[in-house]
Design a protein around this ligand. Sequence first.
Ligand code: SF4
Ligand code: SF4
Length: 429
Amino acid sequence: MSVYNSLDSITEELHKCMKCGNCMAVCPIYKETRQEVGVARGKISLVEYLLSGEIEMTERLADRFSLCTTCMACNTNCPCGVRFDKIILAARAEAVRKKGLHPVKKIAFTALKMQRMFDFGMKTGSLFQGVALKHVPHKSDRIARMRFDIGIGTDKVFPMLASKTLRSEFPEVVKVKNPKMRVAFFTGCMINYFYTDIGKSVVEVLKENDIEVVIPKGQGCCGIPASVNGDVASASALAKRNLRAFEKLGADALVVACSSGGTAWKHVFGELLENDPEFKALADKWAGKSYDISEFLIHKVPFKKQGLGRVDRKVTYHDPCHLNRGQGINKEPREILKSIPGVTLIEMKEPGRCCGMAGSFSLVHPDLSVQISDRKTADIELTHTDTVATGCPACRLQLKSGVENAGIEEEVLHTIQILAESYRAGKKN
Ligand code: SF4
Ligand code: SF4
């Protein structure tokens, strides 16, 4: 039974919890709030009361369930193997079934489903973003802060919308001479609209490795913002659209450079579409050939080492929660970084600790998100590096905001950008 369809689906997970409190030691929310409701154990008790009928779903209770970055640190520190990620997703879906979706989220997720309108909105937004955003001069990034406080303060640093979306910059099929294989690229929203530099690096590196790249125009949001907020109907519609778009063009494998997108293709689509045999079969098929870009370049088609040029960077690596704990990928990006001539990798303290971004969590709980981010920024500062690499555009946003506001001169890049930089340096030489 899917966690998205019924609260009963998680009864077994709830029974596993012996209320030991081990999850407290690793929970970023509990570290800041010191409240039982912040930690997995507290929320598990609330779900148990809900299932036994002792309490009812209220907006206040739904709000309690929003207090989680879904970082999965509690999963890995739990001696009983409780999958709290399943519990929180089921609780949020139940909250939406009983109390409905917040109107702002309803508008946002509806817009995500209307791809053409969303594209038009983002394009128009890129022309007029100066009205709401104040550009922050920076040597390598196009970043800005909000001019007005819309409830999240004006300190947060955001990437500016790209003038052209990534998908409009490439044909649907990017050809190479004598291709080794045909790989589909799921761009995700942040890479398509904001961080097109990451997407261009993905295409550049794949081409460098003789891989034909397919970038279906019909793809859209992965639906994770909807599924983690309990909007199962929107998430399912988005999953189906993506499956249709990729199935139409076909490929030997699918790559993503975003931890949410990877989680969606590998785990979420299948669970969302459990009751639809046709789409469930498609979701399972694509799940079996979906790879994070670093995983692909290490395990599926080992990337060419000849041709790599020197890149003088002192790099520390931040593990995105949904890549590290969600997909078990943490060695691969490090292996790539260590192969690049000139790169020195210096580990920060607790590289796997959540950065506090967690999508809409940073908008709903902006102060808490910044408090969690501040700990990460302090750890980065101690490494005395000049670059933070990570494997997710959302983490890149949060990490950049943290270092910028702390006055630390640190570039924040996706690992694939540093690899692309090395291939470029190799060509120059
Ligand atoms: S660590 Fe696991 S068993 Fe212990 S309280 Fe937390 S969720 Fe329950
Ligand atoms: S998923 Fe992360 S934030 Fe949520 S309860 Fe577990 S440790 Fe805390």
